[in-house]
Write a protein that binds this ligand. Sequence first.
Ligand SMILES: Nc1ncnc2c1ncn2[C@@H]1O[C@H](COP(=O)(O)OP(=O)(O)OP(=O)(O)O)[C@@H](O)[C@H]1O
Ligand SMILES: CC(C)(CO)[C@@H](O)C(=O)NCCC(=O)O
Ligand SMILES: [K+]
Length: 242
Amino acid sequence: MKLLLIDAGNTRIKWAVVGSDAALGAWEAADGAPHAQLDAMAASWRAAGVTRVLVSNVAGPEVRARIAAALPDGIEVEWFASTPERAGLQNGYLNPGQLGCDRFAAAIGARALAPGEDVIVATCGTATTVDAVTKDGRFIGGMILPGLVLMATSLARNTAQLPQVQPGSAPPPVFGDNTDDAIVSGILSAQAGAIERACSEHGARACIVSGGAAPYIAPALKLPHRVVDNIVLVGLHAAAIA
Ligand SMILES: Nc1ncnc2c1ncn2[C@@H]1O[C@H](COP(=O)(O)OP(=O)(O)OP(=O)(O)O)[C@@H](O)[C@H]1O
Ligand SMILES: CC(C)(CO)[C@@H](O)C(=O)NCCC(=O)O
Ligand SMILES: [K+]
């Protein structure tokens, strides 16, 4: 049996194919692309011969319909949803269904990677979310803030590209002495500061940082952390095999 995991975010669709008794996160194949490239992704899914799919979609009904139409015929489809409990994780949202299903999946993934620890999981994509999971397996709640590119564009600078920041590079000084550095410092400090505040408030023993913007934000963090390529897919995998 081959399982397809899909994380449809607001900008990109990320996916992985995994064998039936593979270790957590041990993908046979994985990739991601903007929504517009769904057809090419679907060709890869068909070629992989998947028999079951678990989809987390936070990109709305139109993207859901397009994914549904692109999935190979005859496979078992589950649209992953935020429920009161899944894979040993309790959902502490007042209205459990209101929690973005990618956040619920990320929390399941964080618990799988840091079992028995109080953990903070930050997923840095179009939006950045920073969520707290307790050592006894409860999603408490978290923060939602604009992602790096949304913050940069909201300052009405020329492009969606961040000025002068490269993934993995050292962040500029906290007090920038030119406009570009001041902007980059402002938005990195907002993102990293939110994560650090969450870790401090939660007394976290583990901090997981994931998503397309993680390689930009992680170097600005002044606390121990682990960068995980796609924690949502890891969580979907954990949920599928629980
Ligand atoms: N060149 C870049 N410069 C700065 N940030 C970038 C760059 N490329 C990607 N990012 C960041 O990564 C994000 C895309 O990440 P990713 O594909 O993981 O998530 P997403 O699908 O866009 O988001 P979500 O899952 O939250 O909907 C962008 O919104 C941006 O914040
Ligand atoms: C916050 C995002 C956009 C992050 O992808 C997504 O999880 C979402 O649409 N959430 C719904 C609102 C909530 O989680 O409270
Ligand atoms: K996100």
